[in-house]
Write a protein that binds this ligand. Sequence first.
Ligand code: UD1
Ligand code: CA
Length: 456
Amino acid sequence: MNNVYGVILGAGEGTRMKSCLPKVLHKVAGKELISHVIGCLNHVKMQKLFVVIGNGSELVSKHLEELNKKINIAPVLQEKRLGSGHALLQVKKYAAGLKGHLIVMCGDTPLVKQTTIKQLLRYHIKNKNFATVLSGIAENPYGYGRIVRNSSGNVSCIVEEKSADAEQKLIKEINSGIYCFDLQALWQALSKVKNNNSKKEYYLTDVISILNKSGYKTDAVSLTTEEEILGINDRKQLAYAEKILRNRKLEELMAGGVTVTDPSSTYIDNDVIIGQDTVIKPNTLIEGKVKIGKNCIIGPNTCISDSLIGDNTAVLYSYVEKADIRNNIKIGPFSHIRPGTVLKDNVKVGNFSEVKKSVIDQGSKINHLSYIGDAAIGKGVNIGAGTITCNYDGTKKYRTIIHDDVFVGSNVNLVAPVKIGKKVLIAAGSTITENVLPNKLTIARARQIIKVRKKK
Ligand code: UD1
Ligand code: CA
């Protein structure tokens, strides 16, 4: 919508995390807390998104710059942390002339769904409210601001735990810290907020009573579970959020036609995409930016991070990182596919083999106990058991180039830089230091001699 704006408050100290890292940069389900919130608001079409930063602002703004390549975010610095109301007030100088609706969220609520925010906005507009608080019903409301309603059902104020009297403490309707405001009314009310409370902070929640007293309609609506609006304050809550997001992801994948044999031992990050009829077997971790195609078998005991995997590929008992794995490929058991590797269609990398920064063309096989690093291997090449590319001289890395249909016998050392022409046969046990022209047979090993054995 063209008159909707957003603010994320993320300047707070996050003391209970006991961390050198700013709280909003802690990760759940593979993504920073603040990225979850930004991702959620990004689905609500808006004119501009402001993020208030303060604690660890250098690190946070660096992270926002990264995200800024895709989403237009305007960081706003709150130099001193004087409370949530003061944090929001910092946005005023950039938004004072704007008209419309403002959605405010906290940077530590990664579980909120975009549908909930859309519903909140719709409710706010439909009811012609000047402030709508997303509330929740909490079995144990301790610590939260309580929603105090008047006889007509409107919200007269929000009382923080520390200021609440005994009766108010019994209220179970709590403030989620997520709001929709009319922009002009908000700026008027926000400048009237005082810090006359026990924490000497400017509470954002005080704008509700100010608006209400000035005759503006203030409302609260409970649209979701207490779980969804959970704010992360410590590591225990971080782990709890991880579990919830993980289950959500697994349910989404299963609903889309992916088999997850054992959800309790399967960890899949939020941004992972997996195609239909792929089976994820137990003890598997899929993290970061990963896209897996259809009809694959992943696991058991496998870790895949930041990689592409095509269709009909199997990866078992293996670790794949930052690699591009195409179709009909078999990896493992017990293989390590390292960054910069491209495995083209029908390749096999098996039992205890490692491949690093190498392109392996169609139909080639590296089946047993090999190390292939900084290499380009053509089509239909067979790499015998125990073959090693000697790519490092202690200072520099060198490339090995093997053309199509080469047969490398077992236990061969390829001392790079070295080039092997098409259809060459390298005899088992060779140490190859010189280039080999196409169609040759090369043997580079000591000749076997047999002598008469002296009797003792
Ligand atoms: C706040 C609400 C409370 C609500 C709860 C929901 C206030 C006064 N209270 O309490 O009613 O039930 O959230 O989780 O808002 N922040 C800044 N700068 C500051 C202070 C805070 O940017 O100077 C940001 C924090 O990063 C955080 C948000 O504002 O994202 C809320 O602040 P926090 O101190 O966590 O408030 P709560 O005590 O959780
Ligand atoms: Ca909080």
